[in-house]
Write a protein that binds this ligand. Structure first.
Ligand code: HSE
Length: 328
C-alpha cells in the first residue's frame, strides 16, 4: 500500500510539533486515512543547524528538491508572506494539497491561494492559522452559510492574553511576562507581531474574509497593541471589577464595516471577561443563530500542531487517492 507523502516546510515550534505528532500517531493515522503517512522532506533555513530528524528524510533549504519527492501534502509552518507564498504556489501547481499555519501569508494571500487551489483541484486548509486549537474556521464555514455575520468580538492572540493575565494576577511586568510567553513557545519569533497587534490583525482579516466571502485589505483594520497598558491601568480597571483585554472586533455601522484590534476595558458580564492566560475566544453573532462563543488554547506547540495534523487527515479522507479508512 503506497504511503501519503508529506513535506514539512519549517521546523520551528509548530513544524517540529507536526513532525513528532505524525511519528507518534502512525497507527491512528493509518486507521483514519487508510494509508501510512510518511514525511519525505523537511524544508529548513539553515542547513548547518543540528535537528532531530530521521536520516532517511531529505532535509534541505531548496524547495524544488522538496517538491521533487512526489509530495501529496505540503504542511507549511514558516513565518511571513515570502517565501512561503511562492513555495505554496509552486506546490499547488504541482498538484499538492496544502495545510498552513501561516497567518501573515494567509491574511495577504489567502484569497489568491484558494483561487489557485480551486483551479488546480487541490485543497488549502488553514485551521491552525487562527485561534490555535479552536476549530473556528471549520465551524464558521459550517454555521455561516444561511446566517449573516452581525458582529464578532474575539481574543485572537495567546501571547498578549497571557501577558495581560500575568500582569493582573501577579503584578508581573509586560517585559517579564513576554519572556515567559516566549519560553512557553507562545510568542512569534519576532514578538513585536504579538505585542503590537499585527498577529491578531492577520487573524481578524482571515476570519472576516471567511465570514464576508470577500477579500479584506489588512490596511483597513485599525490596530493598537498592548504597549500602553501598564500595571496602574490594570489595577484601576480591577478596582471597578473590570479587566483589560486585547480585543479584535468586526462590526457594522449602518452598511460600513468596522474592523479593529485594541485594548479594551470589559466588565464581568462581557463574554471575553473570563478568557484568561493563553486561551483565545471568538464570540460571533449571526442573524439567525444569535451569539455563539468558542474558547480554547490559542497558541502552543501541540495544540497548534495537532490541528494541522487533523487538517491533513480531513484532506486525505476526502481525497480520491485515499482508500477505505477504518474509522472516521
Ligand atoms: N504568537 C501567536 C499567539 C501564536 O500568541 O497567539 C499562535 O498563532
Amino acid at each position: 500500500m503506497s504511503s501519503i507523502k508529506v513535506a514539512l516546510l519549517g521546523f520551528g515550534t509548530v513544524g517540529s510539533g507536526v513532525y513528532e505528532l505524525i511519528n507518534h500517531e502512525q497507527k491512528r493515522l493509518r486507521e483514519l486515512i487508510g494509508r501510512p503517512v510518511q514525511i519525505v522532506a523537511v524544508l529548513i533555513n539553515d542547513e548547518r543547524k543540528q535537528r532531530d530528524i530521521d536520516q532517511d528524510i531529505l532535509v534541505t533549504s531548496n524547495i524544488d528538491d522538496v517538491l521533487a519527492q512526489e509530495v501529496d501534502v505540503v504542511v507549511e509552518a514558516i513565518v511571513g508572506v515570502e517565501p512561503a507564498y511562492t513555495y505554496l504556489t509552486k506546490a499547488i501547481h504541482q498538484g499538492c494539497h496544502v495545510v498552513t499555519a501561516n497567518k501573515e501569508m494567509f491574511a495577504y494571500k489567502g484569497f489568491e491561494l484558494r483561487k489557485q487551489a480551486n483551479e488546480q483541484r487541490v485543497e488549502v486548509y488553514y485551521e491552525a492559522a487562527v485561534a490555535g486549537a479552536i476549530p473556528i474556521i471549520s465551524t464558521l464555514r459550517d454555521v455561516f452559510k444561511v446566517n449573516r455575520v452581525a458582529r464578532l468580538e474575539a481574543i485572537l492572540n495567546g501571547t498578549t492574553n497571557y501577558i495581560l493575565t500575568e500582569m493582573r494576577e501577579n503584578g508581573t511586568s509586560l517585559e517579564a511576562a513576554l519572556k515567559t510567553a516566549q519560553a512557553q513557545g507562545y510568542a512569534e519569533s519576532d514578538p513585536t507581531n504579538d505585542v503590537e497587534g499585527y498577529d491578531a490583525l492577520y487573524k481578524l482579516v482571515i476570519l472576516s474574509e471567511l465570514l464576508l466571502g470577500k477579500q479584506v485589505n489588512c490596511t483597513t483594520v485599525e490596530r493598537e497593541g498592548i504597549k500602553e497598558v501598564n500595571l496602574e491601568s490594570i489595577k484601576r480597571a480591577s478596582k471597578r471589577n473590570h479587566r483589560i483585554k486585547h480585543v479584535a472586533k468586526l462590526a457594522f455601522e449602518g452598511d460600513k464595516l468596522q474592523l479593529y484590534i485594541r485594548p479594551l476595558e470589559v466588565d464581568e458580564d462581557h463574554p471575553l471577561f473570563a478568557v484568561e492566560g493563553v486561551d483565545n475566544a471568538v464570540v460571533v453573532t449571526g442573524n439567525y443563530v444569535g451569539q455563539l462563543k468558542f474558547e480554547g488554547p490559542g497558541a502552543g506547540k501541540f495544540p497548534t500542531a495537532s490541528v494541522m495534523v487533523d487538517d491533513l487527515v480531513d484532506i486525505m479522507q476526502q481525497d480520491q487517492r485515499a482508500v477505505s479508512p477504518v474509522v472516521r
